[in-house]
Design a protein around this ligand. Structure first.
Ligand SMILES: Cc1cc2nc3c(=O)[nH]c(=O)nc-3n(C[C@H](O)[C@H](O)[C@H](O)COP(=O)(O)OP(=O)(O)OC[C@H]3O[C@@H](n4cnc5c(N)ncnc54)[C@H](O)[C@@H]3O)c2cc1C
Length: 427
């Protein structure tokens, strides 16, 4: 029995089913090819197709255009979008990411002005965190918004903003607290910035993959942003960032499941037909074991994504660790699966006769964006240490099950311990 059958109620299953059918029947392969040739800068038509089917932001309340479902339903639909690749996948999940900031921190006016039209497909949003000076060191952001009474004056640059080319508005993180003694976590604010004359978008990157997704560089030249466009508290950008990171990570993972499935199905069909040494290559165990490994990685990824979705639905306090683990494991698995699929196809997999090479180019990005997988490891270990070292006493202390568990003099952790033991023994 699949997770979808176990976890999805009727409405959620219907949404995932609609997404599957839309992806199967309504997306023109030539459009995807044109995106990969960089002839399309942003897939607005596809974004509008998602919206026409009421498939954007399905976890948001109906009054803002969603379906009032939950994260579990959301990830099931995202997995169906995955075979379209990372550019179309990103256009699909952006309302989930930006919408998280708006639903949690937005005023009612902001929700009606930005969240609802975004989910209805009338407005496209993008999220601008990364700067030319760095993405991982997010809190070192130098783009700034200076308080001018009734508005902020925004200057600075952001880089690698996916969807920038098509966006009608941006959620931008800027420095608003210029006190050099201030805590770095209290220096930044989130602002909603409309596309306006002072906002310059340059579509200039020659990307390895994810082409046609509108990735651009933003330059803000003294952009006047009204005070009512502040999202969340002044200097409270860290709060907004911490919330938005949950959908960032879950949505980096969920669509890749569909990508893995598409690749593995292609490999299964190919190896069932292709012959070598007089027999189908699937009969060689070295080939079929690649398929077995790939399918196992895919199903383990499904488990990780649904675990994160359930934790998000329950507002579990461990969500940062769990979502980071899902992003880390699933995107690494996706990369391994893309390699296995290419290997199963042999030389033809390395050509553009099959979309395997494109999937591989896309897969590589997933390990870098929305926080690199090294940054995911930083989060995972940090939060896990915190959880374990709290010593809740909830679990059995298996340390004491060792035969010689009482040998305290052998449990040396540092120089002081060692000398304490030596001095005790020399007495
Ligand atoms: C196609 C594409 C689309 C993107 N979309 C968006 C978007 O929509 N919005 C947005 O804001 N950003 C976006 N990004 C940016 C992306 O999130 C960043 O590239 C990423 O976070 C890494 O930042 P960086 O490129 O500045 O690398 P750096 O931060 O310079 O990192 C370089 C290397 O150092 C490692 N590193 C850095 N610090 C540490 C540390 N403390 N411990 C261990 N390793 C470390 C990193 O893991 C990496 O391997 C996109 C990027 C691309 C390529």
């Amino acid at each position: 029995m699949s997770f979808n059958e176990l976890l999805l109620d009727e409405e959620a299953r219907a949404a995932a089913e609609e997404a599957r059918i839309m992806v199967r029947d309504e997306i023109d392969p030539e459009y995807l090819r044109a995106m990969d040739r960089d002839e399309v800068k942003f897939p607005r038509e596809i974004y509008e197709t998602y919206a026409r089917r009421n498939l954007l932001g399905i976890r948001f309340p109906k009054r803002y255009g969603g379906r009032g479902l939950n994260w579990v339903a959301g990830v099931a639909a995202m997995a169906e979008i995955g075979p379209l690749g990372t550019a179309c996948g990103c256009a699909y999940v952006m309302p989930d990411i930006v919408g998280e900031g708006l639903i949690r921190f937005g005023t009612e006016e902001q929700k009606m002005k930005y969240l609802k039209p975004m989910i209805e497909g009338k407005l496209v949003a993008a999220e601008a965190l990364t700067e030319p000076r760095g993405g991982s060191d997010f809190f070192g952001a130098t783009s700034k918004a200076v308080d001018k009474g009734d508005h902020f004056l925004v200057t600075g640059q952001k880089r690698f903003v996916v969807g920038a080319e098509g966006a009608d508005f941006f959620v931008v993180y800027v420095r608003t607290n210029f006190d050099p003694q201030s805590n770095p976590y209290e220096r930044i604010s989130a602002l909603i910035v409309d596309r306006s004359p002072g906002v310059e978008v340059d579509y200039l990157y020659g990307l390895l993959g994810t082409r046609g997704g509108g990735t651009g560089k933003l330059t803000f030249r003294n952009v006047k942003v009204p005070k009512e466009n502040l999202l969340g508290p002044l200097n409270g950008g860290a709060l907004v960032f911490n919330r938005m990171m949950v959908p960032e990570r879950i949505t980096s993972a969920a669509p890749t499941i569909g990508g893995m499935r598409a690749g593995l199905e292609l490999a299964a069909r190919y190896t069932d037909r292709r012959k070598a040494f007089g027999k189908k290559i699937r009969k060689f165990q070295l080939v079929s074991s690649m398929l077995a490994r790939g399918v196992t990685l895919m199903d383990a990824s499904v488990g990780m994504v649904y675990q994160a979705a359930l934790a998000a639905d329950r507002d579990d306090p461990r969500i940062r660790r769990i979502a980071s683990e899902a992003k880390r494991f699933v995107t690494d698995s996706n990369w391994e699966v893309a390699n296995l699929v290419m290997q199963m196809l042999g030389g033809i997999g390395y050509t553009n006769v099959f979309p395997v090479e494109r999937a591989m180019r896309d897969a590589r990005l997933c390990q870098i964006w929305t926080g690199t997988n090294q940054i995911m490891d930083m989060m995972i270990q940090h939060d896990y240490y915190d959880e374990v070292l709290k010593e809740s006493g909830m679990y059995r202390k298996s340390e004491m099950d060792a035969e010689n568990a009482g040998a305290e003099e052998e449990k040396i952790y540092d120089d002081d311990d060692m000398w304490r033991v030596i001095e005790r023994e020399m007495k």
